[in-house]
Design a protein around this ligand. Structure first.
Ligand SMILES: *[C@@H]1O[C@H](CO)[C@@H](O)[C@H](O)[C@H]1NC(C)=O
Ligand SMILES: *[C@@H]1O[C@H](CO)[C@@H](O)[C@H](O)[C@H]1NC(C)=O
Ligand SMILES: *[C@@H]1O[C@H](CO)[C@@H](O)[C@H](O)[C@H]1NC(C)=O
Ligand SMILES: *[C@@H]1O[C@H](CO)[C@@H](O)[C@H](O)[C@H]1NC(C)=O
Ligand SMILES: *[C@@H]1O[C@H](CO)[C@@H](O)[C@H](O)[C@H]1NC(C)=O
Ligand SMILES: *[C@@H]1O[C@H](CO)[C@@H](O)[C@H](O)[C@H]1NC(C)=O
Ligand SMILES: *[C@@H]1O[C@H](CO)[C@@H](O)[C@H](O)[C@H]1NC(C)=O
Ligand SMILES: *[C@@H]1O[C@H](CO)[C@@H](O)[C@H](O)[C@H]1NC(C)=O
Ligand SMILES: *[C@@H]1O[C@H](CO)[C@@H](O)[C@H](O)[C@H]1NC(C)=O
Ligand SMILES: *[C@@H]1O[C@H](CO)[C@@H](O)[C@H](O)[C@H]1NC(C)=O
Ligand SMILES: [Cu+2]
Length: 573
């Protein structure tokens, strides 16, 4: 029965190519399990919000299956692409993939996506307990419903501050037009914005008012279908539950609340938080949280759970689910009241909650006191050759047809621009002005960072061409970073308040309007890793950068990661 709880401490110190050897040879008694999964990916008609739409399903399900594993387990997923006309790659969001970058699941970065009729077998160890997610990382495919939740439980007997029964909550938004239409609109001249989603979903269930379309086509929109009734979260009175919540929205930032119940935030992105109590949880695309909920209210009734759009002027109705105190019946005539949620534009309240999230001492390592390198990244919207794009220090990043990591390992030239991406911008830039910097360009350039060093990233927000400043959830692959601070206006190193005592570690963090966010991380994972805005449309329009570090230590490309672009000539017959 002895599962070794210190295995990860050992793992992180080693070259990760040894992970599998280590688990099997050094610790023969570890009862780490292998989860060997086969996922068939298909398009299917779904009525997630009563409106009939082609969604991407895994083994028939949208959202896809919940992966429920234990720390140290190995996950093997063979993804069969049955989409007929479209590639697939799946990213394991929040799983650091130490030394295992070939399995990060990012098209154009670490792999060639699996082609129709083909397959890709991902293999990785879940080395951190917590709440994570997976989703497509091919084009704008995530917004078609290819996503799900990953729970990594602590080892049996492992010291951990909380042991409660779980409830899983997957949050997403839902458009009635396709990802193809979005891509075409966004890359048009003149630019066409995709608009706000039609519905918000809780565990894949929403409710669109079919009446808005007229009643002519019951098949296209059918309010009587059971698929689009609210999700029911069953609980027993006088218990405490751990709600594991993940946001997989393509656009919307959300506030989550439960009628009549307070929540205690205890985890985010797999890291323990100094617990704090709140009425509502702000959650940005790409983030996960665990909140503790005690069912201490009047047990003779049920309660409403709701999500509402924040940070953008809402045009999408709130999402709704039911907290069912068993054994109360579910009476469709007397559904509980969904809480309305906070004002969408209360940025102070949103920033305050982000500032309240601190790392729990004893579980979250303290950050290095100083950084070896600082990158200042200015977020602006620009016009390049007549196309509206997002740019970082005047560079809008485009992804090449040949994956970066394969190009780096095989010395294939002419795949990406070797000019280093800009590490800073002109600090006299007025962030309150509509951007007009005509010098913005599109490039495939990357940041080359020294290995095993400490790097700070200062994200700086500014006004967009639309005249406002948007909230951007930035997600880093392959690492957790310390969140040193959030501030208003321009970052000023001499006055900025940074938390070096007990910052949280995360993989996704918001950048607030007209503000800055300061992050610190160690370049301890060899390879090349995306750092990008998790809003699907922003990513598509170039709001991404790439961090290369120690890629010389990466093993040679597996054959299954190749097959596209210039890798063709290197495939063994
Ligand atoms: C996983 O399952 C597949 C299909 O059932 C099988 O071919 C493969 O050998 C299994 N792999 C492992 C490591 O068990
Ligand atoms: C996930 O696994 C844990 C530990 O094995 C178990 O206690 C829990 O009930 C499982 N959760 C679900 C939703 O299956
Ligand atoms: C609408 O859905 C209900 C419930 O599934 C079904 O009985 C009915 O036939 C559907 N109507 C149409 C026009 O498809
Ligand atoms: C509890 O809820 C039931 C059903 O709504 C109601 O009849 C009862 O008065 C409530 N009890 C208290 C103490 O509020
Ligand atoms: C927030 O938005 C509402 C309209 O949705 C507006 O009336 C209000 O003035 C705004 N508040 C702030 C602080 O911008
Ligand atoms: C945010 O926090 C500051 C400082 O603690 C406080 O003065 C302010 O009232 C808070 N604002 C909101 C909207 O919570
Ligand atoms: C790539 O170039 C490096 C440095 O020039 C060299 O050490 C390495 O052997 C080359 N690799 C291949 C696969 O050609
Ligand atoms: C971006 O362009 C603006 C205006 O053309 C200029 O002020 C700024 O220095 C440029 N930034 C970079 C990083 O080149
Ligand atoms: C734009 O780039 C050109 C050529 O590099 C340079 O001469 C010019 O000063 C730049 N303009 C601004 C506003 O940065
Ligand atoms: C990485 O840096 C740390 C701290 O500077 C050092 O202790 C460690 O030996 C380094 N590891 C490698 C693999 O270079
Ligand atoms: Cu963004």
């Amino acid at each position: 029965m002895a599962r070794l709880s210190h295995s990860i401490a050992i793992l992180t110190k080693l070259q990760v190519s040894c992970i599998f050897v280590l688990l099997t040879t050094v610790m023969p008694n570890v009862e780490a399990r292998t989860h060997n999964l086969t996922w068939k990916v298909t398009y299917e008609y779904k009525y997630l919000d009563c409106f009939k739409k082609l969604a991407i399903a895994i083994n028939g399900q949208t959202p896809g299956p919940h992966i429920n594993a234990t720390r140290g387990d190995t996950i093997i997923v063979t993804v069969l692409n049955n989409l007929l006309m479209e590639n697939v790659a799946i990213h394991w969001h929040g799983i650091r993939q130490l030394g295992n970058g070939w399995n990060d699941g990012t098209d154009s970065v670490n792999q060639c996506a699996a082609m129709p009729g083909g397959y890709f077998t991902y293999q990785f160890v879940v080395d951190q307990a917590g709440t994570f997610m997976y989703h497509s990382h091919y084009g704008m495919q995530k917004s078609s419903g290819l996503y799900g939740l990953i729970t990594v439980n602590p080892l049996l007997g492992e010291e951990t501050p909380y042991h409660y029964e779980d409830r899983e909550i997957v949050l997403s938004d839902w458009y009635h037009d396709s990802a193809y239409e979005h891509a075409v609109k966004l890359s048009s001249k003149p630019y066409v914005w995709i608009g706000e989603p039609q519905s918000l979903l809780i565990n894949g269930r929403g409710r669109y008012q079919c009446e808005l379309l007229g009643v002519s086509n019951h098949d296209q929109c059918n309010g009587s279908r059971t698929e689009c009734t609210p999700d029911v979260v069953k609980v027993k009175p006088k218990q405490t539950y751990r709600f594991r919540i993940a946001s997989l929205t393509s656009l919307s930032a959300l506030s989550f609340q439960i009628e009549g119940h307070k929540m205690t935030v205890v985890e985010t992105d797999g890291v323990h938080v100094v617990p704090f109590v709140t009425d509502n949880l702000y959650i940005y695309s790409g983030e996960t949280y665990s909140v503790l909920v005690t069912t201490d209210q009047n047990h003779s009734r049920n309660y409403g759970i709701s999500i509402n759009v924040i940070a953008r002027k809402p045009e999408t109705p709130n999402g709704f689910a039911i907290l069912n105190y068993e054994p109360n019946p579910l009476d469709a005539q007397h559904l509980p009241q969904p809480p309305p949620g906070p004002l969408w534009n209360d940025t102070d309240s949103q920033r305050n909650q982000s500032l309240a999230i601190k790392g729990l001492r004893g579980y979250v390592p303290a950050p290095p006191k100083t950084a070896d390198k600082v990158l200042h990244l200015l977020n602006t919207q620009n016009i390049v050759n007549g196309f509206k794009v997002w740019a970082i220090n005047n560079v809008s990043h485009a992804l090449p047809d040949t994956p970066y990591l394969v190009a780096l390992k095989l010395n294939i030239t002419d795949v990406f621009d070797p000019t280093p991406a800009p590490e800073d911008y002109d600090h006299s830039y007025n962030i309150y002005k509509i951007p007009e910097n005509t010098n913005a360009t599109t490039s495939t350039s990357i940041y080359r960072l020294p290995f095993n060093k400490t790097v700070d990233i200062i994200l700086q927000n500014a006004k967009s061409m639309g005249g406002d400043s948007e909230t951007h959830p930035w997600h880093l692959h392959g690492h957790n970073f310390w969140v040193l601070g959030f501030g208003k206006d321009k970052f000023n190193p001499s006055t900025a308040s940074l938390n070096l005592e007990n910052p949280i570690m995360k993989n996704t963090v918001p950048l607030f309007p007209y503000g800055w966010t300061a992050l610190r991380f160690r370049t301890d994972n060899p390879g090349i890793w995306l750092f990008h805005c998790h809003i699907e449309a922003h990513f598509y329009l170039g709001m991404l950068v790439l961090f290369e570090s120690g890629s010389d230590m990466v093993t040679k490309p597996p054959q299954q990661n190749m097959g596209c672009g210039k890798t063709k000539n290197y495939i063994n017959p």
